[in-house]
Design a protein around this ligand. Sequence first.
Ligand SMILES: [Zn+2]
Length: 519
Amino acid sequence: MRGLILSRGRAGTGGKRLTHHGMVPVHDVGGMTTAGAAEPGEPMRPARPDLVVRARRVLTPAGIRPAAVAVTGGRITSVGPYPEPGPAGRASGSGALGTGPLPGSSAGLTEIVDLADDEVLLPGLVDSHVHVNEPGRTSWEGFATATLAAAAGGITTIIDMPLNSIPPTTDLPALAAKRAAADGQCHVDVGFWGGAIPGNESERGRLHDGGVFGFKCFMVDSGVAEFPPLDDLQLARAARQVAELGALLLVHAEDPASIRQVREVHKPGGADYASFLRSRPPVSETTAIAKVLQIARATRTRVHILHLSTAAALPLIDAARRDGVPVTVETCPHYLALAAEDIPDGATEYKCCPPIRDRANRDRLWEALAAGSIDCVVSDHSPCPPELKRLAGGDFAAAWGGISSLQITLPVVWTQARARGHSLAEVAAWMSAGPARVAGVTGKGAIDQGQDADLVAFAPDETFTVDPARLYHRHKLTPYAGQRLTGVVRRAWLRGRPLAPTSLSAVPAGQLLVRRSGR
Ligand SMILES: [Zn+2]
């Protein structure tokens, strides 16, 4: 961003102009015109934008192009032409960054921000797989630290997993406790998944009505006692119930019997990564996913496969999709950026379940993303205090399974994507529009009229080295420490407001989201 000017909107100078909504007054703001905000289905009404962000490269649904994005009341009211230089055209260094009235103030000012030529304006990312862990395990991570990290990483919406908080989000009082814990602390918008565990059948309808975005369940031990897995029969019943609610069922798909079988002949443990990898074989994922697909086929339940690690399951998923089975799939940055061959023995910061597999598998995951077989890339940020990673002994069996990456998921994925010839538009589809669509988060995931003004100024060519001290995560341990990554989030806005920590404003402005679609 080169400069920021504050210009008074000059109402009346634009006169009347015909739009497809009819005759509306328009204003001329810094060389662009804009019509007013409108709820879907409402007539356009005149309004002076609070904020206009202009850039030579804006990622719109029609591709990357020069544009001026006007924002009124937190929503994008127009994506107009990029202004020609002129007296009211681009600002060039006038004014100071971060000064002036906040967007939405009553001062009648329009804030105009021009991105630098090396920046691209992206839609804010949506991360539908984050373990915030508050309340109950706030010493692992919390809403303040997680959402600050998200904001710094260009993620403007997260959906929190129902575990490892205590209580887990498996009944209505627990959802209320979580919302109370989050309230006033969040720097980005936060929604909540509910949980399906044995015995909470009667609570699921209430959770659904309480606004959770769907239900997560495990087929294998979750790692925490208060969130037990469903057996096959319980899974089928949960699927039927979730289908009746019109909700989404998220499944951690690893098959416990397959894992037990391997352990009969191969005891996991110790610092050898290859040994840990053998203890969670691809067949445990493919077996579990086959079961989930069979249930989805029979019940027509919308199912979502969490954190796909093995590419071996993709043919099953593709085949089910071809038959009309409503299935979506996510994978995670660590499966796309890291590889088993490169993981040092004892480096338990790389431990997650299902595990990071070999390079050939990683290549196949990228091919599946390119082909559209994988819907989205989300962090599965699941940190813990460093002592639970058992770094001293480096014992993979004893260490907590979970990778910490929330703040750097965009550069981690972009660095790899770019090297493999993928575009920023594809990355935004995987990390913004895709998760928003899967989770049913409305108003997010695109720079388009009527959407929330969640915007990210991203410098796709700038490189940096990951310095754990600069991460806002509660704990700094991450497998990406010291890695050279490409792509820097320079600045972001949440519903038109500048986000901490890149702005001077550190007031948490995130809202707690409730599902708007469904029953
Ligand atoms: Zn997870």
